[in-house]
Design a protein around this ligand. Structure first.
Ligand SMILES: Cc1cc2nc3c(=O)[nH]c(=O)nc-3n(C[C@H](O)[C@H](O)[C@H](O)COP(=O)(O)OP(=O)(O)OC[C@H]3O[C@@H](n4cnc5c(N)ncnc54)[C@H](O)[C@@H]3O)c2cc1C
Length: 317
């Protein structure tokens, strides 16, 4: 076996919340063979596996993870022809979105800049179907290579295979791990690229001034599905979870231990150096209970929980 597997590795510095315990085993595969070796190791030692990207949307238990963390190595990007108007860009799972945006703009391609300043890897972004207002990662993804966890088989799959929706992809079944993905991006003139760079800077400026951008996982709770809510405004159901969290007055006001609800956004929890994952869980549960008491509905986590024996929040399904 060529893949290096490390033992007892801290995950604190690998997740955006900067909390949580250690991984029993940890590896960083890049090639298909290395990913297959990682699954083989887990199989042989009867270990649970968790795939960790850039750690921008996960909370690791203070007890750590008693299994194998697969952290795809960064890898690379490449470009190929598609048509007169479009080119294809293939990125390994561990490539960061910010690197992909830079690569596309540097190569005269536009589209990805809409995701500027959203942290995450290609793998994690496909998992959640990265979204910013109406833009979704699924608008760009053409095909991908995934490994089936059970068999270690490499599959090439197309966009339809992912069954993408808002906050939704087939990767959430956790039966496959994404190895790389190929995106279709628009070939653009120098002026169009210059405008796209300006748009990228403006989106970043807007995001950085409006939302916290460190020690957080972004939106902690997902928006509600229309069938989960009854409140209507201007003829439309209010599905935005931040609306309900704003109403209960937690923004900048509620904290537990070393973590608090951001003063900028009611759906973002921000940790400090003193915070533990238990603090984050306790704060999130309190927020769920407050919304339930006021509106009779329970916000559901968008953040992914790792290493908890049971899910520590109130789940509705
Ligand atoms: C400040 C901030 C702002 C954010 N704003 C937004 C936003 O505007 N829009 C948005 O959509 N999200 C947003 N997020 C959430 C986060 O950026 C996305 O969920 C991102 O795609 C996570 O990628 P990651 O690599 O960090 O994944 P991780 O957090 O490491 O993992 C998330 C999930 O993806 C799975 N995963 C990771 N890699 C793979 C792989 N190769 N194959 C299969 N599964 C995999 C993991 O197992 C896990 O279940 C924000 C987060 C932060 C911290």
């Amino acid at each position: 076996m060529k893949l290096m597997i490390q033992e007892d590795v801290s995950l604190k510095d690998k997740v955006w919340f900067r909390t949580g315990g250690n991984a029993r085993y940890f590896c960083e595969p890049l090639t298909v063979q290395e990913f297959q070796e990682a699954f083989q190791f887990a199989h042989t030692h009867n270990l649970q596996v968790f795939v960790l990207g850039h750690g921008a949307n996960v909370l690791v238990s203070d007890e750590g993870f008693d299994g194998l963390i697969i952290h795809p190595k960064k890898g690379s990007l490449s470009m190929s022809e598609h048509s007169d108007d479009f080119a294809l860009v293939t990125a390994d799972a561990g490539v960061l979105m910010e690197e992909a945006i830079k690569f596309t703009l540097d190569n005269g391609l536009t589209g990805f800049e809409v995701f500027s300043s959203i942290p995450g890897s290609i793998g994690g972004s496909a998992f959640i179907n990265l979204h910013y207002f109406d833009a979704l990662m699924s608008h760009f993804l053409v095909h991908a290579q995934v490994i089936e966890r059970e068999t270690g088989k490499l599959l090439t799959v197309d966009n339809a295979w992912f069954e993408f929706g808002y906050n939704q992809s087939k990767l959430m079944e956790r039966k496959h791990i994404l190895i790389n993905a190929t995106f279709k991006l628009k070939k653009s003139t120098d002026v169009e690229v210059a405008f796209a760079r300006g748009r990228s800077m403006e989106i970043s400026r807007h995001r950085l001034s409006r939302y916290p951008h460190a020690y957080t996982c972004g939106s902690f709770f997902r928006n509600f599905h229309p069938d989960e809510v009854t409140l209507v405004k201007n003829g439309k159901k209010i599905i935005w979870v931040a609306y309900y969290l704003d109403k209960i007055g937690v923004k900048g006001a509620l904290s537990v231990g070393g973590v608090q609800v951001s003063y900028q956004h009611a759906n973002m929890l921000v940790s400090s150096d003193q915070a533990t994952s238990t603090d984050i869980v306790n704060l999130a549960r309190t927020m769920q209970e407050m919304v339930k008491a006021e509106f009779g509905i329970i916000p559901q986590p968008e953040c992914i929980f790792v290493g908890f024996k049971e899910h520590p929040l109130h789940l509705t399904s």
